[in-house]
Design a binder for this molecule. Sequence first.
Ligand code: IPD
Length: 311
Amino acid sequence: SPLDLKEIHDFLISLALKAGDIITNALPDTGGTGSKKNSADLVTEYDRAVENMISTSLREKYPHYEYVCEVGSSTPEILMCVFPHQSRFHGEESYDPTRPLTDAPTFVVDPIDGTVNFVHSFPFACVSLGFAVDRVPTVGVVYNPFTQNLYSAIRGQGAFLNRQTRLPLKGDNVEPLSGLGNALIGVEWGSDRSGNNWETKLRTLERLGQSKENGGAMVRSMRSLGSAALNLCAVADGTLDLYWEGGCWAWDVCAGWVILTEAGGIVVDGNPGGWETCLDGRKYLAVRAAPDQRGQREIVEEFWGHMQGML
Ligand code: IPD
């Protein structure tokens, strides 16, 4: 039977609101959290609890889907749930690297995007619930329970804030993109602080910020919201002009991606030349809606031209 995207969208919203209650009632502490690969890559009991609630609820909602494995609590990172009809669950805390994203309809879930913010009570964290078909982000729900901003979209049906306000916030009156010099850009520290990715980021950020006399782009400023999903939603609503990231994962971007593209924005590769990019490419450049596509492409080219190396 055809996928009922509206039903999936509405159900994901209900799960996001439930997840929001768990997140806002939580008492994370900055010292006692678990780390994954290093002290900037955190996982808390709440990340696991939210992901478990989501995968369990999906199973209850779709009982005809038979799971071949379950999200456990002891080593959730290595498990993944597979639905019949090849639908899958691809969650940050139950990710199995031997089972990459496929073309099958897949729930792509980050239970808490912005875990560092969450642990420090910095109020930019969200639950990010995406659904991809043929690896194309198709349904997206992003909910920040601290600000109570709920972003959602279904492919082909527009993007909304709190279910009613159509994005971008300026509607059809979006301003032209008049170059990097007037841009506010979302960038992230990420959790890889060494190697080529880190070097490229640092040198590029220096160049983006530097004065024009010294060869830089002198962007207006850069922000690190601490959540890939919220960065994408900020580009979708028009409060950021661009967002550039190398190193995050499909679950960080799937939901925000469909919200952004439904709001008139574009996502291209974080490296020069990649006009066609993919959900699990792990490097992304997002641009807000503009009155014309040429403006979007020009600012992408300007950005790529300032990059110092490849991610
Ligand atoms: C992180 C955030 C952050 C990005 C990192 C991600 P998490 O996700 O999205 O903005 O820079 O690469 O890992 O760990 O908080 O779910």
